[in-house]
Structure formats: structure tokens, C-alpha cells
Write a new protein. Structure first.
Ligand code: FAD
Length: 448
């Protein structure tokens, strides 16, 4: 029999966006339920092993993302040095997620729970149905879609776009893999924690890879080798395979893509072992989840475009910022398109891009926010998704404790006020608003 539970806020998906949102809302005394279909929290940043902390700094080196992202990756702030490759260990990140989530008394986490149905009435979500370790109906005042692929929004009937404008093709997917046991003393530049050494290493490995391609021993369309060091400088994460035509809304393409990704990872590992520094190297693991870069983009009150990114646009309803380049891993297998954000090196993400059209109590809290295929290739990185999640969780909490009927009524200047108090980077006007000191206080505020 299906049980029923009621919360203030429900977040679907426990990747970096969902976790940041759940923490932000729980820190405002909200009763939060975080749902994750997998057995453990972490999402892509843990189970697809992405390793690099992509840039969150403007052209002057100033952080334009901080807040919860800083709690997750403290060394990237405290030990910043532009000569070093900023990376993280996925097991440490998972431990940080678990520690932060466990420290919030008003936050409930259910893993192995998939949202399978969203009931909608009069332009609002009224109930979610979950299956897995529990079969239940759950209700809340505000719902957050942190599923990366917009699964909750799609279940609720929201309009969405998928893939490249014109032909709907998606960015390529990647099976990353970890290699240890490297004899760095045999490399031209042995300290692989440095950018210069990593660029040099990629060049050293390239001829082996090109020979393999020329001999037809791989189906990997990628033209170069990409790898990053683990923080201790003793292992490497290869982000260097490329699988085309993987669409997360079609499970059969994901299953086929995973097989192809594993095949390419094994082929590449065998090839790099020909380099003397890798003769005794070990393939520690291939990431358990195929890395999928792109899924549904939910159509919201504002659609963020490539022009907005490339003109470093400012918005009055700014709630997050992004400094990362447009980075499109070609859907056709060609070269990656990389285009930097011009001076001052970042753009604003407006609150309206977090609000799906046609629903009063749903917010987007992961890479599925409203934007084009090109813009998505930039803000999909973990720093921006964490900032998006933190803003969405804060907005949802404001909606609840101010007793608002529609997430559109939340004042972005109030969101920024709270984000600023919490140490997040913000720009634009802030307007002070009382914050709940306890769950009971929040309920009182709503009634008065
Ligand atoms: C190969 C690859 C390399 C990358 N490299 C980098 C990099 O170097 N640096 C960087 O910053 N970014 C990188 N990225 C991008 C970045 O990792 C992701 O875009 C980001 O982590 C997405 O976070 P998210 O919270 O939106 O989604 P996810 O982390 O994917 O989390 C979504 C969660 O929702 C859950 N879920 C889905 N549907 C449901 C449902 N119905 N019910 C319950 N739960 C559900 C999923 O199981 C998942 O745990 C890379 C991405 C890929 C694929």
C-alpha cells in the first residue's frame, strides 16, 4: 500500500544541483525531502568521475561562485594557484555531500526512490509518486527539479527542448576512467599537478592514440587526448572517450552508449600503456555511470542564449553567475567548440530561467534550466549548477515562508539578500527580508 508524507519542499535528484538546493532550503528551516533514484547521492560529479573544477573565476581571478560550492571544494578557493590544475577526488566529494546533508536536522534523504509520476491540477503540482525502496505519495508546497534531464518537469507535462537547434542532436557522452601506477619520472614534465605538465603529457600520449586511430583500432571520434591529475598528482582521470547519439530520454541509447564507452576506455588504456611511463600503469576503474552531458532543457520564463553568454549579459533578476566557456562536445564527432566568455569573463543567470512556464510551484535546480543547446554547454558545469541549486533552494524557501502562491512572486532582491548573507557571489540590488529562526517561526510568518 502507498504511504503519504508531507514536506515544505521536495527536491528530486541528488547531484550537485539538488544537494545545493536541499541544503540552502534546510538552512532556512524548511522541512525538505531530497529524493534520489540511485542508491547513493552524488550524481554525475561522483559516479561519472569528472575530476576538473571548471573555472568559476572572472578575468581577474575573482570567484563569481562561492557559497555552497566553496564548502564542497574548499581547496579550490584556499589553495588557488593558476599554475595548478584544480581537481577533486570523487570519493572525497561524496563524503562532503553526505556530511553536509546529515548535519541538517530538517532534511530527509531517501535514496533508491525514483519519482515516477507527478500529478498536476490548476497549474500546480499537487503530488509526486515515488517507487523503489518506498512506494509513496509525497506532497510539498514547492517542488524542485534537480534531475539534470528535467525528468520531474517532463512528468509534470512541462514544455521542453532536446538537443541542437535544427536536428535535435545531443553533445557526445563520455566514459571516463582512472589510471594509477604511472612512473612520472619518465615524463618530460613530471609534476602532473601543473597545467604545463598536463599539456606536455597529452602531447606525449597523442602519437600513440593517433596510430591507433589510423590503424582503425578504435571507434572513438575524438581528435586529441584529455586527462587531468587527481589532487595528489599520483593518478590521472581520462576524459577522452566519445560516444555519439546517446539520449537520456531513450534508455536503450544509454545502454548501448555505456558498452561503447567501456570499449573505447579499454582500447585507449591499452594504447597509452605503450608509453614507458605507463608500462606498469593500472586501470583503477571505468566510471560506473556513463557521463551524459545533455538532456532536456525545460522552457522557462526566460531562455538563456549563446548571445547572453558571449555578451557577458547582466540581468536585473540575477541569482547566479557563470564564467565557463561555451564548450560543445560535437554531436557529430568533430572537434570540440570552445568559446571563452569575454571581459569581465562571466554572465548572469536570471531567476526567470529557473522558472518553468505553466507551473506555479516548480523550480529548476540543475542543468535542465531554460536555455539553448549552446548556452547549456557553458552553465552545465558543477560550479554554476551548484549556484543555480543554491538560488533555487533559497527561492523555494522564500516562497514557503513568505506564504506566496506562485514562485514568480518571489522577489529576486530577497533571494540575493539571503545568498549574500550565506557568502554567495551576487550582483544587483538586495532587499532585506526577515528569515525564519525555526520551522515554527516560518509557519507563524506565513499565517500573519
Ligand atoms: C563526461 C563529463 C565530463 C564533465 N566534466 C566536467 C568537469 O570537468 N567539471 C565540471 O564542473 N563539470 C563537468 N561536467 C558537467 C557536470 O558534471 C554536470 O553537468 C553536473 O554535475 C550536473 O549536475 P546536476 O545536479 O544537474 O545533475 P546530476 O549530477 O546528473 O544529478 C541528477 C540526479 O538526479 C537523479 N534522478 C534523475 N531522475 C530522477 C528521478 N526521476 N527520481 C529521482 N532521482 C532522479 C539522478 O540519478 C542523479 O543523481 C562533465 C559532465 C560529463 C558528462
Amino acid at each position: 500500500m502507498s504511504e503519504s508524507f508531507d514536506f515544505d519542499i521536495i527536491v528530486a535528484g541528488a547531484g550537485v544541483g539538488g544537494i545545493s538546493a536541499a541544503l540552502a532550503a534546510a538552512r532556512l528551516q524548511m522541512k525538505v525531502l531530497l529524493l534520489e533514484q540511485a542508491g547513493e547521492v552524488g550524481g554525475t560529479g561522483v559516479f561519472s568521475s569528472v575530476s576538473l573544477i571548471c573555472t568559476f573565476r572572472d578575468s581577474q581571478g575573482r570567484p563569481i561562485t562561492s557559497g555552497i560550492h566553496r564548502e564542497l571544494f574548499p581547496a579550490a578557493y584556499t589553495h588557488y594557484n593558476e599554475k595548478l590544475v584544480p581537481t577533486y577526488d570523487e570519493q572525497e566529494l561524496k563524503a562532503a555531500y553526505e556530511r553536509l546533508l546529515a548535519s541538517e536536522p530538517t532534511l530527509t534523504l531517501w535514496t533508491n526512490c525514483q519519482v515516477t509520476q507527478a500529478d498536476r491540477q490548476d497549474g500546480r503540482i499537487v503530488r509526486l509518486h515515488i517507487e523503489g525502496s518506498r512506494t509513496a505519495a509525497v506532497t510539498a508546497k514547492v517542488y524542485l527539479d534537480a534531475t539534470a534531464d528535467g525528468n520531474l518537469s517532463a512528468l509534470a507535462g512541462m514544455e521542453y527542448q532536446l538537443g541542437r537547434e535544427g536536428d535535435g542532436k545531443l553533445q557526445s557522452a563520455t566514459a571516463t576512467f582512472k589510471v594509477s601506477g604511472i612512473d612520472c619520472s619518465l615524463l618530460k614534465e613530471p609534476d602532473i599537478r601543473q597545467w604545463q605538465a598536463i599539456h606536455s603529457l597529452r602531447k606525449e600520449l597523442l602519437p600513440y592514440y593517433l596510430d591507433m586511430k589510423a590503424a582503425g583500432r578504435t571507434g572513438n571520434p575524438r581528435q586529441s587526448i584529455t586527462c587531468f591529475p587527481y589532487p595528489d598528482g599520483k593518478a590521472l582521470l581520462f576524459n577522452s572517450t566519445s560516444v555519439l547519439d546517446v539520449d537520456p530520454t531513450r534508455p536503450e541509447t544509454v545502454a548501448r552508449g555505456k558498452e561503447e564507452g567501456i570499449r573505447q576506455a579499454q582500447e585507449l588504456f591499452e594504447t597509452i600503456r605503450q608509453h614507458p611511463a605507463f608500462h606498469h600503469a593500472k586501470l583503477d576503474y571505468i566510471a560506473p555511470k556513463l557521463g551524459i552531458r545533455e538532456g532536456r532543457r525545460i522552457v522557462g520564463e526566460y531562455v538563456l542564449t549563446a548571445e547572453d553568454c558571449l555578451q557577458s549579459r547582466r540581468f536585473d533578476d540575477m541569482v547566479a553567475a557563470c564564467a565557463y566557456a561555451l564548450d560543445i562536445h560535437s554531436p557529430d564527432g568533430g572537434a570540440t567548440r570552445l568559446e571563452s566568455i569575454p571581459e569581465p569573463g562571466y554572465y548572469h543567470i536570471p531567476y526567470r530561467s529557473l522558472i518553468p512556464k505553466g507551473c506555479a510551484n516548480l523550480l529548476l535546480s540543475s542543468r535542465c534550466i531554460s536555455g539553448t543547446h549552446e548556452a547549456h554547454s557553458s552553465y552545465r558545469i558543477m560550479a554554476s549548477v551548484s549556484a543555480i541549486g543554491e538560488a533555487a533552494g533559497t527561492a523555494a524557501a522564500l516562497c514557503v515562508f513568505q506564504g506566496l502562491e506562485d514562485v514568480r512572486e518571489v522577489n529576486p532582491a530577497h533571494i540575493r539578500f539571503i545568498l549574500q548573507l550565506r557568502g554567495q557571489f551576487i550582483e544587483g540590488e538586495v532587499e532585506r527580508t526577515p528569515m525564519p529562526a525555526s520551522a515554527a517561526w516560518a509557519a507563524e510568518m506565513k499565517e500573519s
